[in-house]
Design a protein around this ligand. Structure first.
Ligand SMILES: O=C(O)c1cccc(C(=O)CC[C@H]2O[C@@H](n3cnc4c(=O)[nH]cnc43)[C@H](O)[C@@H]2O)c1
Length: 209
């Protein structure tokens, strides 16, 4: 039984691929783990997992960078996102928002299902198509979901894994705060470096078992 490592972009895990001498490609197979680069966003992620996820995987590890709603979490800190919500699925009712469950169309939040112990801060996240960058919409989202982090793929990974009953972990490194857009404040290089340092250690430990 193998681990499937899932990332949206090759850039986020390039250092890990280099460490294990793996040539970048959308899907890489090795003895101990496979790697799937999905592309950014929920649709690309769901499509890629629809093609490659199957029951030979005992664990899926989704990694990447993410935004944080909490200034208490430092830029570059790694977090273990244990629950993730499709935040935009629903309907507008003038100024109000009716979520998917409120509409009667089922769940909008999905959990990791994994019992792997990680020594990282555990948080809950939301997954969006449109990265927040407006104070008013950020305020509304906080009031609705009280999220700690935001990504563009996490809930799609948890959803696909829940459909097949496969445990999933989502580890992300905080590259920015969710705030009025200011791209100059983003610390992508630091976040990616810290993510890869952790990921290499995790995969080495797993390989030695
Ligand atoms: O320039 C931008 O506005 C921009 C917005 C989102 C992501 C990027 C990227 O370059 C990386 C893609 C990757 O990043 C994740 N991510 C990072 N921070 C956030 C966020 O605050 N909200 C949502 N997603 C975020 C996301 O999962 C993408 O896969 C550039």
């Amino acid at each position: 039984m193998k681990l499937l490592l899932v990332a949206a972009t090759e850039a986020e895990i390039a250092a890990t691929l280099a460490y294990f001498n793996l040539k970048a490609s959308r899907f890489i197979e090795t003895d101990k783990f496979d790697v799937l680069i999905t592309g950014v966003g929920m649709v690309a992620t769901a499509f890629a997992l629809g093609q490659k996820l199957h029951h030979n995987y005992s664990l899926v590890l989704n990694v990447g960078i993410a935004g944080s709603f909490y200034k208490e979490i430092s830029l570059g800190e790694l977090v273990n996102i244990t629950q993730d919500t499709f935040a935009e699925l629903g309907a507008e009712d003038d100024e109000k928002f009716i979520s998917l469950p409120q509409l009667g169309f089922g769940k909008n939040e999905f959990s990791s299902l994994a019992n792997t112990k990680l020594t990282l801060r555990q948080v809950t996240g939301i997954t969006v198509n449109k990265v927040h960058g407006n104070a008013h919409s950020i305020e509304k989202t906080i009031a609705l979901y009280h999220p700690q982090t935001e990504s563009m793929e996490g809930a799609a990974v948890f959803y696909a894994c829940a459909e097949l009953g496969i445990p999933a972990l989502q580890v992300r490194s905080i590259s920015n705060y969710v705030e009025t857009r200011n791209r100059e404040n983003w610390q992508i290089a630091l976040a990616v470096k810290n993510l890869n340092n952790w990921l290499i250690g995790f995969l080495k430990t797993m390989n030695s078992k």
